[in-house]
Design a protein around this ligand. Structure first.
Ligand code: ADP
Ligand code: MG
Length: 699
């Protein structure tokens, strides 16, 4: 086998030819032998089973039958010519139908010889038939089949209509192995191989395509999944180390007046020990001479904002500017107001920049940013635009990171010659394995403790039948001085209908809560930013008691006196959204409530979501359930899901393998940072780095 045998273009593979080669390249993005070997089956079928014709079931699964063709004839009943065979397993018969290449098939089939047929059963008038099954002489079948487990590869419409079947793919792969030596370049080191009793690379690839036994298949899968995770983690860790060595970070050596005076004299509460720990992490990064890239995970209401403020003060004490970027205008406004308020006792310039900042305001603001008048800039995506230039941005915070992508993070990097320290904060926790897979290049801090005195938000599920009782409860809470949110869904696809629901809901609330006694706010996406801000203010100041709204209040809104959250049509919300919404209450010292309204009849999934909400307040637990229900990609939104295109591994099912592989990658890099003694790994790493799509997402 030549050194570069595996990178031979598939055009040269026996049986492929130029047309199929082009097809495979365009449909499957497979270009070389190696790509094809790394095109893994997505499931296996047990071929040791043969079905009896009279026991076939109408369940859409593949069947395998041994028997003989006892008759074969053309039929002209239909427009196109068909070939119809009668196949008998000795006791019963089944019809087999072909309508492509019929002449050729008719010639090649030998009557009264033993055959194995394999395919999906068609049912018509309660009669089974097989259409274009895989057909093989029993004798040949026995020779060709090396194992009872038959791999199934994913296909595309184009591939199957153009005859590139599962069987053909298997043949191609078999041809690669045939001409190869049995030694493939090893891609892990001895240490790791021994630790897990890994089979060789060759054995792993061979068995994943042609499993010799269930046991060897399991070992093959383990090794290939491990490798997939391992190299991604290695890449993340490299990136982390590389960034630290490449960019000298700003050194914030001192803690000065702003921090001290705010911390000692104006902070209205004591920090939780989790908050203190995180600030310590950040301070350490600030003076480490390397640029910080840190993810702050914490549940709703765990107090991430104050961590951001205190860290900003350190940056400002060292004569740098800072910025805080939020995903929505409302949240940016709210941060602006509350941060201004918190910092009112110390003399700093805080400004805001959003999509609705006027041209005139911008001209002034941009000037103030450039000459360093502004200490803290709060804003939305608008801050990332190229024309926003700071004098010396030292520290940038991204709030509710899940709404942003990697690209936006890297835009921040380019704001200065030296990139600022970066802190990204999540809205709600994401599962550990997901954090590893998507933010694996960041250092992670976790706030795992809520401020003292927080009461759990008591959460119940009610249906329309309970509406009167729910309204009575609302009145009662309002009479105690509390405020209430009532939230309606707003899904992009059904915007107009949702909007109507919101308005209908609002009107019915107004009827039940007459204007003489109750003031009601309404908030939705179609309102002008100024009107939204006014309504928020009114509710915040207690001028209104009820806030009827869409999910625009979902993230971050902080009004401690509001203690009841009613979520209408809660079955239509995702778990993380429900948890976020619930997080709007339980922010003050009063008992808080969340009432999930829904129709009577619920899908299983909706029931699980609601049940999860009524049984726990723990965002980390909720995010685990959410990931299982929706899959990791959907949990993150489209921004980062490109990072989750694994070939063979699965971050839910193979969670343990992910954990091991990250730990091993870490250990490897700490003992051999340049992979001088791990040539195999270095070689494989470079190969993947060059060829894989994946790396683009995180480079
Ligand atoms: P989140 O982590 O969801 O962004 P916030 O930063 O908005 O949470 O904090 C929620 C509320 O808790 C705010 O009103 C904040 O002032 C308050 N808070 C934060 N830390 C503490 C603390 N250590 N003790 C008491 N209240 C706190
Ligand atoms: Mg927040």
């Amino acid at each position: 086998m030549k050194e570069n045998y595996l990178i031979t273009p598939i055009d040269y593979l026996k049986g492929v030819g130029p047309n199929r080669a082009d097809l495979i390249k365009s449909e499957l993005k497979i270009f070389t032998y190696n790509d094809l070997l790394n095109f893994f089956p997505f499931r296996y079928i047990d071929k040791s089973k043969y079905h009896k014709i009279n026991e076939l079931e109408n369940n859409n699964s593949e069947v395998q039958i041994i028997g003989k063709f006892i008759n074969l004839k053309f039929s002209n009943n239909f427009k196109a010519k068909r070939l119809i065979g009668v196949f008998s397993d000795g006791n019963h018969e089944i019809e087999v139908v072909w309508f492509r290449a019929v002449k050729w098939i008719e010639k090649s089939i030998k009557l009264n010889n033993d055959y194995v047929l394999y395919g999906k059963v068609n049912w018509f008038n309660n009669k089974p038939s097989l259409v274009h099954p895989e057909t093989e002489l029993l004798e040949k079948h026995k020779k060709s089949i090396k194992s009872s487990l038959l791999p199934i590869y994913s296909s595309t419409e184009t591939l199957s209509t153009r005859g590139v079947t599962n069987k053909l793919i298997r043949e191609f792969i078999s041809n690669i192995f045939e001409k190869s030596s049995k030694k493939f370049k090893e891609s892990l080191n001895q240490n790791i191989n021994e630790k897990y009793g890994m089979i060789t690379k060759y054995e792993a690839l061979y068995n994943v395509h042609f499993p010799i036994s269930q046991a060897l298949l399991s070992k093959a899968l383990f090794r290939l999944k491990y490798e997939e995770f391992f190299y991604i983690q290695l890449q993340f860790l490299f990136k982390n180390i590389y960034n630290k060595s490449r960019f000298k970070g700003f050194n914030f050596s001192k803690v000065g007046n702003n921090f001290n005076s705010f911390y000692n004299d104006h902070l209205e509460f004591k920090l939780t020990s989790a908050q203190k720990r995180v600030i310590k992490d950040i301070r350490k990064d600030f003076s480490s001479n390397a640029q910080m890239n840190r993810l702050l995970q914490g549940d709703v209401g765990s107090g991430k904002t104050i961590v951001a403020i205190l860290s900003s003060l350190i940056a400002i004490d060292n004569d740098f500017q800072t910025c805080l970027i939020a995903p929505t205008e409302i949240l940016a406004q709210q941060h602006f107001i509350s941060i201004n308020e918190s910092l009112s006792k110390i003399d700093l310039n805080v400004r805001i920049l959003t999509g609705s900042t006027s041209k005139k305001e911008r001209v002034i603001l941009f000037e103030e940013l450039k000459n360093g008048v502004v200490d803290i800039l709060i804003g939305t995506h608008a801050v990332l635009e190229n024309n926003v230039i700071f004098k010396n941005l030292g520290f940038a915070i991204i709030d509710e990171q899940h709404r942003f992508g990697v690209a936006q993070r890297s835009k921040l990097w380019k704001k200065n010659l030296t990139p600022p320290h970066i802190l990204v904060m999540t809205a709600t926790p994401i599962p550990r394995t997901l954090a590893m897979s998507v933010y694996g290049d960041l250092d992670i801090s976790i706030i795992d403790e809520l401020p003292p005195g927080r009461k759990l938000v008591k959460t119940v599920h009610r249906t329309d039948r309970n509406r009167l009782e729910v309204f009575k409860f609302i009145r009662n809470e309002i009479s105690k001085g509390r405020q209430v949110y009532i939230v309606y869904p707003l899904i992009e696809e059904s915007k107009t209908m949702d909007y109507k629901d919101l308005m209908d809901g609002y009107e019915s609330i107004v009827r039940d809560f007459p204007i003489e006694n109750y003031q009601i706010s309404i908030l939705h996406g179609r309102m002008k930013p100024n009107d939204k801000a006014t309504e928020m203010e009114r509710f915040k100041n207690g001028e209104t008691q009820i806030m009827v709204s869409t999910t625009v209040i979902e993230v971050g809104v902080n009004i401690p006196n509001a203690s009841v959250m009613i979520i209408e049509s809660s079955e239509r919300f995702g778990l993380s959204q429900l948890h976020q919404l619930r997080g709007r209450v339980g922010r003050g010292s009063e008992s808080s409530f969340c009432i999930l309204m829904s129709k009577n009849k619920l899908s299983n999934e909706a029931r699980t979501r609601i049940k999860t909400m009524t049984s726990t307040n723990d965002g980390f637990k909720i995010s685990e359930v959410d990931m299982k229900l929706r899959g990791p990609g959907n949990l993150l939104g489209t921004q980062q899901s490109g990072l989750l295109n694994f070939k063979i591994a699965d971050i839910i099912k193979d969670k343990d393998i992910l954990e091991f592989s990250r730990a091993d990658a870490k250990e490897l890099l700490s003992s051999d940072p340049e992979l001088k003694n791990n040539k195999e790994i270095k070689c494989e790493y470079n190969l993947l780095n060059k060829n894989s799509d994946f790396w683009k997402h995180i480079s």
